[in-house]
Ligand binder design. Structure first.
Ligand code: 5AD
Length: 355
């Protein structure tokens, strides 16, 4: 194992090597975890950055085969009112989380972009405090838009954008999505976002039906090639009443370990980026998000969506219930990490690549 890790330092994009590392279990996985932690300390420190998450709407124009809020699924639809988003943003600020993430289904209309831009501008204006004179940091995760639409979101005050590719494998992507969607379109959108000046993030699902460890190794290679600033990724969890709700997949324990190994290997390869420990990990283990932080993640996203809406933002069946903020902070401190308060918690990689 020590030799494999030394090799990774020499050839961080060797697909065979990445595949071998992603498949480790037991004592070797613990060595991988400790190496990722060491790498994290060296490149981004031991801070955990919080982002308050608001799931703005579960309306979606897309029909992805795995997703619980896909267009054809018969579920109650909601959009959080602007004033309620503002209230969540103020709470986020009061709690000392320096940043907010607005996430939603994909609605590529100008009227939705207007709604988002108005709310972003209001949040920036109305969350100014002594500690954060520029207001909260804002990350958007709303899907694919045109350059003009992305530019408007940036000008309104959002400065980070997360758009997952879901998988870097063309044929697997085609099995997950209707023909109208393509991986090329996502790559192009990521490029546009970067040109506009956003800190850019992407991610994949782990343990998808038909996904091999080699494909996951290619995903890590792709993160490196895209030179992204942030990663948000997690295990695939089946969602009933979707075309992939009953597909053959790896066991929970296997998907959990693979998800954790993906975080560790991504940390070792991409080094100074931000990596989120996602809710989906908690769907497989009661302390899944904590484990993610121990495998090299440095971002946590407590959910601030109004409770009556939250129950309807179900990307998958076993969505964990929210933890109290004090509980989350105490748990993070119990593993020897610190929660950074009242800061954006930007990606170090962004500043390193821009300097
Ligand atoms: N399991 C895990 N993650 C999912 N997502 C959507 N559906 C599922 C699922 N069934 C993820 C996708 C999407 C993000 C919003 O949630 O990666 O980009």
């Amino acid at each position: 194992m020590k030799q494999l890790l030394a090799q990774l330092d020499e050839t961080p994009t060797d697909i065979e090597l990445l595949t071998t590392l992603l498949d480790v279990r037991g004592a070797d996985a613990e060595i991988l975890r400790d190496a990722a932690t060491e790498c994290m300390h060296a490149h981004v420190g031991d801070n955990v950055y919080f982002r308050g998450l608001v799931e703005v709407t579960n309306r979606c124009h897309l029909n992805c085969y795995y997703c619980g809020i896909r267009r054809d699924r018969d579920i109650p639809r909601y959009t959080v009112q602007a004033d309620d988003i503002l209230a969540a943003a103020r709470l986020c600020s009061r709690l000392g989380f320096g940043s907010l993430v607005l996430q939603s289904g994909e609605i590529r209309s100008d009227s939705y972009v207007n709604f988002i831009c108005d709310i972003v501008a209001r949040i920036k204006r109305e969350t100014r405090t002594v500690q954060q004179p520029n207001g909260l940091g804002i990350t958007l995760s709303l899907g694919v838009f045109s350059r003009t639409q992305y530019q408007r979101m940036f000008d309104a005050g959002a400065h980070r954008y997360l758009l997952r590719i879901e998988t870097s494998d063309d044929s697997l992507f085609a099995r997950l999505h209707p023909p109208a969607q393509s991986l090329a379109e996502r790559f192009e959108a990521l490029n546009t976002l970067r040109e506009i000046g956003f800190q850019v993030g992407t991610g994949v699902m782990i343990g998808l039906p038909g996904q091999t460890t080699r494909m996951l190794a290619q995903d890590v290679f792709t993160f490196k090639r895209l030179d992204v600033d942030m990663i948000g990724m997690g295990p695939f969890l089946p969602s009933s009443d979707t075309p992939m709700g009953h597909a053959q997949i790896l066991s929970s324990a296997q998907r959990l370990q693979l998800g954790l190994n993906m975080i560790a290997v991504t940390r070792l390869v991409c080094k100074d980026i931000n990596i989120a420990s996602t809710t989906a990990l908690e769907g497989l283990h009661p302390h899944g998000r904590l484990l993610g932080l121990q495998y090299g993640a440095n971002v946590a996203m407590p959910n601030l969506t109004p409770a009556e809406n939250r129950v309807n933002y179900k990307l998958y069946d076993d969505k964990p219930t929210a933890q109290s903020v004090d509980g989350a902070v105490a748990a993070i401190e119990s593993i020897g990490r610190r929660v950074a308060k009242n800061v954006f918690g930007d990606s170090k990689h962004f500043f390193n690549r821009c300097s």
